[in-house]
Design a protein around this ligand. Structure first.
Ligand code: PMT
Length: 408
């Protein structure tokens, strides 16, 4: 693979047991054609000798904020200008916190602050440190600032714990770098997406909702944006930051989601409905908090309009992709929705076995009129990436079929 030909990559290494894997990551990037230079933090040097990276990269390793200018042409600002991408792997919790806060007390942090190029971090830390709200907050803050966060993976850790916090494997990191530079399969396309749950008010303080966390939809938004699409994400209430570069339209109820989609759908190339929209709403939501005087309470529910079916019925309709979460007879129910709502594709979730609502993993049977493909269980980020590949392929095919029949 020479997909990184002519790319200049600055690899930052921070202190952590995963630092030894950075050597393999460096080698893979070089094999793919990139020129790589390495910057190490002081604590990274406790884990791996700079000489290792010097031998592999063929260049001196930058470690000290004050030694660059003395050395030669490359002071730290020049290094920041030199690269096309600055990727920090592994990125420790300490480094992530400092980067988020804008510290510049070592060379790598200074370079991140001074760089106009994309910055990516591959978190690696103990699972408890990763689960700490301060870390979650720092990672969300970095994402809001446009920093790419790759990983972490879950699994067995060097300390013996099991859980999320492992650095992504070097092959996986390489794929992320290649994707970042690849001309996207959805380049120049406009993509509208719904995600998360909706909330249907009962009174001013209570509502009907469901377990959708938004993780699947937000992962699709990120994958589509990486594939070059201009993404507009219409989202119900979730606790996730929108991916960098994605336009967020925040809504609460199904009716608000309907309006947000229908005012935009005709101008889009692709519409993906990943939201778990409440099928019903309370007919007359109370104006004031309902008092618990009565022994029983009856709520009358009325059907919500189907957003996906309405977008699909537009004269100037986008390419429409639906979702279906099913616990049984997955293909049968999904095919029924595909036909009834006149969709181009449907992604059927096999809910259960740890997949689907709220989970970090998912598996999909993606169906279209005369075929289908399975996406095996993987992280939602990986599932989203594969789904976007399929959407791009089917969309391009549909487009060329339409152009052919217009020419005839
Ligand atoms: O958010 P996560 O926790 O990550 O979970 C992801 C998910 C399980 C919610 C997601 O992957 C998923 O499957 N979403 C669809 C849930 C569902 O079962 O939808 P449905 O069968 O009620 O609706 C079918 C399709 O019509 C969906 O594309 C839905 O967005 C759409 N729909 C439904 C009702 C309605 N009023 N308007 C709609 O657009």
């Amino acid at each position: 693979m020479s997909s990184l030909q002519q790319r200049k990559i600055l690899l930052g290494v921070t202190g952590g047991i995963a630092a030894y894997k950075a050597a393999e990551f460096l080698r893979l990037m070089q094999k793919a054609g990139a020129e790589v230079r390495v910057v190490m933090t002081p604590s990274a040097r406790e884990f791996v000798q700079p000489l290792t990276f010097q031998a592999l990269s063929g260049h001196r390793v930058y470690t000290d904020i004050f030694d660059g200018a003395a050395d030669s042409a490359m002071d730290h600002i020049e290094l920041a200008r030199w690269c096309d991408l600055l990727v920090v792997a592994p990125a420790s919790a300490d480094f992530i916190g400092k980067l988020r806060a804008g510290y510049a007390d070592n060379l790598l942090l200074t370079l991140c602050l001074a760089s106009k190029q994309p910055v990516a971090v591959a978190p690696a830390m103990n699972q408890q440190m990763y689960a700490n709200p301060a870390t979650a907050d720092n990672i969300a803050g970095l994402q809001r600032n446009g920093v790419f966060v790759w990983g972490p993976d879950a699994g067995e850790q060097a300390c013996g714990d099991v859980g999320p916090g492992r650095m992504l494997e070097p092959e996986h990191l390489l794929r992320q770098v290649v994707e970042l530079f690849a001309p996207g399969s959805l380049s120049g396309r406009r993509l509208l997406l719904t995600a998360g749950p909706t909330r249907e008010p009962i009174d001013p303080v209570r509502y009907i909702s469901n377990r959708s966390s938004g993780k699947m939809g937000y992962a699709i938004a990120e994958a589509a944006q990486r594939a070059g699409a201009e993404v507009c994400l219409v989202s119900g209430p979730v606790a996730l930051p929108p991916p960098a570069g994605v336009q967020l339209v925040a809504v609460e109820s199904a009716s608000e989601m309907y309006d947000a989609v229908m005012t935009r759908a005709a101008a889009q190339d692709i519409f993906i409905a990943c939201a778990a929209v409440s099928d019903y709403r309370v007919r007359d939501a109370a104006e004031h908090k309902i008092k618990k005087n009565a022994e029983s309470l009856t709520l009358e529910l009325v059907r919500n309009r189907d957003i996906l079916a309405a977008a699909s019925a537009l004269a100037d309709r986008p390419f429409c992709v639906g979702f279906a979460a099913e616990t049984r007879d997955v293909e049968e129910y999904a095919r029924d929705k595909l036909e009834r709502k006149q969709l181009d594709m449907i992604a059927a979730n096999r809910v259960g076995n740890g997949s689907g609502f709220e989970a970090d993993v998912n598996q999909l049977d993606v169906l279209w009129a005369d075929g289908g493909a399975r996406i095996e269980q993987a992280s939602k980020a990986e599932v989203a990436r594969r789904l976007i590949d399929l959407v791009a392929e089917r969309y391009t095919r549909a487009l060329s079929t339409t152009e052919d029949s217009n020419e005839r």
